[in-house]
Design a protein around this ligand. Structure first.
Ligand SMILES: Nc1nc2c([nH]c(=O)n2[C@@H]2O[C@H](COP(=O)(O)OP(=O)(O)OP(=O)(O)O)[C@@H](O)[C@H]2O)c(=O)[nH]1
Length: 144
C-alpha cells in the first residue's frame, strides 16, 4: 500500500508566568477543553508563524482578556505527550484584573506556592515548575 506516513511534528506551547504580590496567576481549565478541570498556568499552542511572545500575548488576551508584556523566557520543558513548552515571565498592569473566558477557563486565582501545592488535579507541568523554581533551575524575579 502506498500510503504516505503522517508527519508528526510536536506541538509547541507557551505558558505565562505572571506574579502579583508574590502570588502566581493560576487557572483551572474549563470542562470543554483537553485536560478538563486541570489546574495549570495560562497559555496555549504557538500557532504556525507566531513568535513565542506573540503567542503569549494572544493567549492571555483570549483566555483572560488581559494585555501582558513579555519580560523573558524563564524555562523550557517537554510534556509527557511531547509538547515543548516555553515558559515566559510576563507583567500585568496592577489595575488590570484577569477575567476568565468560560470557553477555556473555569477559574482564575492568584496563589502562593503552598496554596498550589495543597491543590489537587493539576497538569503535571505545574508541580514540575514549582520544583524547578525551588531548586534554582528557574530564576524568577520575585520571592515565591
Ligand atoms: N495552557 C497551558 N498548557 C499547558 C500547561 N502545561 C502543559 O503541559 N500544557 C500543555 O500545553 C499544550 C497547549 O495548551 P492548551 O491546551 O491550553 O492550548 P490551546 O488552548 O491552544 O488548545 P489546543 O492545543 O487544543 O489548540 C497542551 O498539551 C497542554 O496540556 C500549562 O501550565 N498551561
Amino acid at each position: 500500500m502506498n500510503r504516505q506516513q503522517p508527519r508528526f511534528r510536536n506541538k509547541r506551547g507557551v505558558v505565562g508566568v505572571i506574579f502579583r504580590e508574590q502570588k502566581l496567576l493560576v487557572i483551572r481549565r474549563s470542562l470543554t477543553v483537553p485536560a478538563p478541570g486541570k489546574l495549570c498556568l495560562p497559555g496555549g499552542t504557538i500557532e504556525k508563524g507566531e513568535t513565542e511572545e506573540f503567542a503569549l500575548v494572544r493567549e492571555m488576551q483570549e483566555e483572560l482578556a488581559i494585555d501582558v508584556s513579555p519580560i523573558r523566557l524563564c524555562w523550557r520543558s517537554v510534556t509527557p505527550w511531547g509538547t515543548t513548552l516555553a515558559w515566559w515571565l510576563a507583567s500585568l498592569a496592577e489595575d488590570k484584573t484577569p477575567v476568565a473566558n468560560p470557553a477555556e477557563v473555569s477559574e482564575v486565582h492568584w496563589m502562593t506556592r503552598s496554596q498550589i501545592r495543597s491543590t489537587s488535579n493539576m497538569l503535571p507541568s505545574l508541580p514540575e515548575f514549582l520544583g524547578a523554581s525551588q531548586s534554582g533551575e528557574i530564576e524568577l524575579d520575585v520571592a515565591f
